[in-house]
Write a protein that binds this ligand. Structure first.
Ligand SMILES: C[S@@+](CC[C@H](N)C(=O)[O-])C[C@H]1O[C@@H](n2cnc3c(N)ncnc32)[C@H](O)[C@@H]1O
Length: 239
């Protein structure tokens, strides 16, 4: 089915949020990173400015800068109204209120838009929809990220998530996914089966992170081909 711009509600986070959602340390940042469902996040642009290497994938990258900019302007008030109606599902400590949230999100999306055309030419923004096969070689990336797509959209079904993560693990040494909640801020129904499935073959852990905006959304899933470094806890169960 065609991916229609009229059904896209663009919303993007920034580098500092990614750093905290995924506990990205210097040794992680300096790996070759690929970020799935990266949308209009500022992460790729900011990482590139800092001299790191990131490739972002998302079906919205088939659209032009002008179309995406217009869609962001068209939908932002609707997203903010939904957030206002669900304020209790969020933690207002780091981000103090809706106006501050609007400022942070718009800044991230402007950073993305300003980088988009150059990034597309450099192959940093690649149109792609999971769970389709990506155009990359096995183990081409050190780290694969999914922020606010996999696991969050539990309604896509377990098979979608398993196939998507399998493709991510084909091209990445390690994959990190955040958050582990669904859109109603409840633990995602697909999480236990994902953990069971990948624990058979990989090192799987659930780790607390220093980012929490969705209430109780402060854990990420890590799946790696080898054991994690000695500095990190290794757990094969949900804690
Ligand atoms: C909530 S946004 C998250 C954007 C960004 N990762 C962030 O955290 O700021 C979810 C993204 O998933 C993308 N998406 C939707 N269907 C997808 C698919 N089948 N494969 C990959 N990404 C998809 C959307 O286009 C959207 O940009």
């Amino acid at each position: 089915m065609a991916f229609e711009l009229q059904r896209v509600v663009p919303w993007g986070r920034n580098f500092d949020e990614y750093r905290r959602m995924f506990t990205l340390r210097e040794e992680d940042l300096s790996k070759r990173i690929i970020s799935f469902g990266d949308g209009p996040a500022g992460f790729n642009a900011q990482m590139t400015t800092l001299g790191y290497q990131v490739v972002s994938l998302d079906p919205i990258y088939q659209f032009s800068k002008a179309s995406l900019g217009q869609r962001i302007r068209e939908t932002k008030d609707e997203v903010l109204a939904q957030l206002r109606n669900n304020e209790a599902n969020f933690v207002w400590t780091t981000i103090k209120d809706i106006p501050e949230l609007e400022q942070i999100r718009m800044e991230a999306m402007q950073t993305f838009l300003a980088d988009y055309e150059a990034g597309k030419e450099q192959g940093r923004y690649v149109p792609h929809a999971l769970p389709d096969q990506t155009p990359f070689q096995d183990d081409e990336f050190g780290l694969g990220l999914s922020s606010h797509f996999l696991i969050l959209y539990a309604k896509l079904g377990l098979e979608f998530h398993l196939q998507s993560i399998r493709e991510m693990l084909r091209i990445c040494q390690e994959v990190r996914i955040f958050p582990l909640l669904d859109l109603d801020a409840k633990e995602s129904s697909v999480l236990p089966d994902i953990v069971d499935f990948f624990s058979k073959e990989y090192t799987v852990s659930i780790e607390q992170v220093s980012y929490e905006f969705q209430r109780n959304g402060n854990r990420m899933l890590r799946i790696a081909k080898s054991s994690f470094g000695m500095d990190r806890p290794v757990k094969n169960s949900i804690n």
